[in-house]
Design a protein around this ligand. Sequence first.
Ligand code: AQP
Length: 338
Amino acid sequence: MVMKPMTRVFSGIQPSGVPTLGNYLGAIRNWVPMQDAHESIFCIVDLHAITVWQDPKELSRQTREMAAALIACGLDSKRCTLFVQSHVPAHAELGWIFNCVARIGWLNRMTQFKDKAGKDREAASAGLYVYPNLMAADILAYHATKVPVGDDQKQHLELANDIAQKFNHDYGVEFFPNIEPLIQGVAARVMSLRDGTKKMSKSDPSDQSRINLTDDADAIALKIRRAKTDAEPIPEHMAGLEGRPEARNLVGIMAAITDTLPENVLREHSGQGFGAFKGTLTEALVAHLSPIAAEMRRLLTDPGALDAALHLGAERANAVAEPIMKQAREIIGLLPAR
Ligand code: AQP
């Protein structure tokens, strides 16, 4: 038997809609090779999703759909621990403990809350405000030390480390480890097809703004055809994409989906108009994503099997988290339950 190195990786994704090409290129695709390089824990973070309103029927459907998407993309419940956040009580419990450790001043500095709460901050849920505390708990309940994150999540990881250090300091222990971001190669940040300055999001009200992993070839073709661009042709060099966020985005998607650098895409297509380029991009996307969508459809015909895989994942996750929680309760002085 091959012994895995001890590094424990944790990452999560919200079941707040159908996973998008952005989720795929920016996160899920990078998780697949981690399964063999690390002890990997991947979580469908439904408790995070409800920090904004989720229709109850849709939430449970989307949670299963997310599980199907992750498995269809290559996560294998034999090589990683894949489960739903609310199935493992440690997340909510440690999240509460961290609500009592984190300082309000720290949370006030979180830019994602400001972005997500928008102008009417008073009307945002308290859950959205303490979201980073729950995220810290997600990771630290497993003593995970590596977290694959995009740039937008770095601030939350720093906060998680502040929480871990304050906990250790206040209770005079060396209990929670330091977390390090796991920086991926070329970080793919996929932007909206309707506005190249906004990231592609599964909860964007416009379905035309994103490619869903469930989209068929016709839907992909239509969305790419309608994607915003400009009248200029594909430039020769990256400098020619300055001030052209939509053009840059389509070139970036082409590079990511064909596993090359944007510079190579420009070399191959420079001088071409976006009409022709969009045709080639559609072909590349359909070739890459169709097998994933087909596998998702197949997996979703057997919800019982998906639920069983998630149940097994939750048992495995709980087996790691519960001993850590037991020690955490002792450190804090919570009276053990009989
Ligand atoms: N557009 C994107 N480009 C690259 N990576 C992305 N991720 C999300 N959007 C893009 C990455 O996907 C992982 C899971 O994200 P999440 O579900 O936890 O939350 P999110 O980042 O807020 O993603 P969405 O799709 O925008 O969800 P909603 O609409 O619910 O807010 C993360 O690693 C993230 O970086």
